[in-house]
Design a protein around this ligand. Structure first.
Ligand code: TXA
Ligand code: MG
Length: 602
């Protein structure tokens, strides 16, 4: 389905701005689409009685129109206007779990447009418990049809920024209600028959439902067999998929899982810091259990790297696993690993809460593979594994659905969105600083701008500004850059070297930089020889690649090092070729440079 931007910018509304909330509700009643927070995930809401508005939602999501939307309400009294009958079974579940993370499927009333239910004669009804959702839905007054606010096929958004990432320009406004508490979508229960059928597992578990039923049990919807129409049409499509390949790392049998019956966390990822120091305090049994949980991550990572030394691996894991990695102190393994830590390793409630944002975060780091912690428990583990299984492409129960969407452009955050900012800087060095190192500086600046903003890897909620400069070992100060190189860089990036003046490298310049990269090996050796105390931050492009395990081979399988001949005195084509080669190398090294500085994209 074609997506077309409708707005220059989507308005971001603060949840305590009552005037803006009422304005958003009015726009919704007038046929606009509004992103809003709920305790499960963010929704993309519109008037459920307005077929044209529903079409806009499908368009903004890029979702096939045969997948019905859930009707959201702010008041239980609205249910009777949406459904034709409330069976005693439905009533029991409404009384027990609404408001909360559950959607109850009932026979629909005529007032709900066919577009909302994709032509089905049933409708899913949900009353969120999130206070902002509740207030907004009350202001709307009409039933609000809303799917999760992600681009179809992508992980559902559990924060306003992720909604903006997928929807900026496609919808009128987004209400920012902070992090979603559960992080997984509601439990969908079909109550049109005699026994409830769980179509999609969620935070309201089978055990929760069974506990309020007399003489019956909820049924888990089984796999879709043959040509049988799916009962919950959404189940046949590719879902929750990040761009990277996801693999599940099994939790060893018998591991005691916590947070499994979580009806409610505190809405935040637990601040479970766990360090190498804490590792030492573990008893032998605890340490053994931890190693058993960590081993699949480590073994699989090493296997991936031995197959391809360029593999970039994302880990969705607990804080103890990261501590085990830190203790291993395997430089190459760490250089290739990006962490997203959800909290305590065995806490499935934290893992659920952070899953979708974690997949999105690791995607932004452009990892190739995501290794994610699996849980083998009951309750919430079932919902977590259901989503993770789909993200991992474990689609036995699915018929072929949508192809993976292209990576959309990211929405940069202003740096003042963070409570604090760190800085880091990289210096490029060659001999004269009028050609190659200046070219590296200009190219790196473009890359840095393109990938902004950054966050600190060591400190939560802290932005990271990255600077880049260049200098020459034997340079004269104040010379203009080589005009041929200037032209080549301009042809390559649209911007030349104009603002870069040559200067002589010196200890003060080395001091201000956290990473020093020379164009040729001899230049790095010369710096280290003169200033051995800074050897840990000085590399040539080639030794930096090697230090990160990047073994490059040419077409005949020979190991190559990065060599960049000086194009001085050659023709323009040679300059252009050199600039292109440097650009290609820097693009390969870019994620490792970020990692070395202690920053991640966000
Ligand atoms: O937590 C949630 O449920 C979130 C928030 C925004 O409320 N919403 C959500 O909506 O996840 P969506 O559209 O992404 O997923 C709704 C699921 C789909 O799998 C859909 O097929 C199923 O519910 N569904 C909706 N109406 C149905 C119906 N009448 N019969 C069977 N399944 C239905
Ligand atoms: Mg969805």
């Amino acid at each position: 389905m074609d997506r077309e931007k409708k707005y220059k910018k989507t308005i971001l509304i603060e949840s305590d701005d009552d005037v803006a909330l009422k304005d958003a509700a009015e726009h919704l009643r007038n046929g606009e689409v509004i992103g809003f927070p709920t305790e499960t995930v963010y929704g993309l809401g519109c008037d459920a009685g307005n077929g044209e508005a529903v079409k806009k939602v499908f368009e903004a999501k890029g979702r096939p129109a045969d997948n019905p939307l859930i009707c959201h309400i702010g008041d239980k009294d609205q249910i009777k206007d949406i459904v034709s009958e409330i069976t005693p079974l439905a009533q029991t579940l409404i009384d027990a779990f609404m408001p909360g993370p559950i959607t109850i499927v009932m026979k629909k009333a005529d007032s709900i447009s066919d577009e909302t239910t994709a032509g089905l004669d049933t409708v899913g009804v949900r009353m969120p418990s999130h206070p902002v959702a509740n207030k907004f839905l009350k202001y709307c007054g009409v039933p609000v049809a809303a799917p999760s606010a992600n681009l179809s096929g992508r992980p559902s958004p559990t924060g306003a920024r992720s909604v903006l990432e997928d929807m900026d320009g496609y919808i009128y406004a987004i209400i920012d209600g902070g992090d979603s508490e559960f992080g997984l979508e509601s439990t969908v229960v079909d109550c049109t028959g005699t026994d409830p059928v769980i179509l999609r597992p969620g935070a309201v578990t089978k055990a929760d439902i069974d506990s309020v039923l007399k003489n019956k049990e909820a049924v888990m919807a089984g796999s879709l067999s043959g040509k049988e129409a799916p009962r919950s049409p959404g189940m046949k499509y590719r879902h929750y998929a990040p761009y990277a390949q996801v693999e599940i790392m099994e939790m060893p049998e018998g591991t005691k899982i916590t947070g499994d019956d979580a009806i409610g966390t505190d809405g935040k990822i637990a601040d479970a810091k766990f360090t190498i120091e804490d590792l030492k305090k573990l008893s032998d049994d605890e340490a053994k259990e931890l190693v058993n949980i960590a081993s699949p991550f480590i073994l699989r990572s090493r296997e991936l790297l031995s197959k391809n030394p360029f593999t970039r691996i994302g880990l969705y894991c607990g804080s103890e696993i990261k501590a085990v990695y830190d203790k291993l102190n395997d430089k190459i393994l760490s250089a290739h690993t990006e962490f997203c830590v959800y909290g305590k390793t065995v806490d499935v409630s934290c893992a659920s809460h952070g899953l979708f944002e974690g997949l999105r975060f690791l995607d932004v780091q452009e990892v190739d593979v995501i290794l994610a912690q699996g849980f083998n428990g009951e309750g919430l583990s079932v919902a977590y594994m259901n989503r993770l299984g789909k993200a991992a492409g474990k689609k036995e129960e699915l018929t072929p659905g949508m192809p993976a969407p292209a990576r959309p452009a990211r929405t940069p955050l202003p740096i003042d969105a963070f409570k604090d900012t760190f800085t880091g800087s990289v210096l490029f060095v060659d001999d004269n600083n009028i050609s190659l190192s200046a070219c590296c500086e200009a190219l790196m600046r473009r890359m840095l701008e393109k990938n902004e903003p950054y966050i600190s890897n060591s400190e939560a909620d802290t932005g990271f500004e990255i600077y880049c400069e260049s200098a020459g070992l034997t340079a004269m100060d104040g010379l203009d850059p080589d005009s041929q190189m200037d032209k080549a860089v301009r042809e390559l990036t649209g911007l030349g070297l104009c603002s870069i003046e040559s200067r002589r490298a010196n200890p003060a310049i080395y001091d201000c930089n956290d990473l020093i990269l020379t164009v040729r090996d001899e230049q790095a050796f010369a710096i280290i020889k003169a200033f051995p105390e800074i050897k840990d931050k000085v590399f040539s492009l080639s030794t930096f690649a090697a230090a990160n395990g990047l073994v490059m081979k040419d077409s005949s399988g020979r190991v190559m090092s990065i060599s960049v001949p000086d194009p001085s005195g050659e023709n323009y084509e040679t300059y252009l070729h050199t600039a292109k080669a440097l650009n290609a190398w820097l693009e390969i090294l870019f994620p490792y440079i970020l990692k070395d500085l202690g920053a991640s994209r966000v």
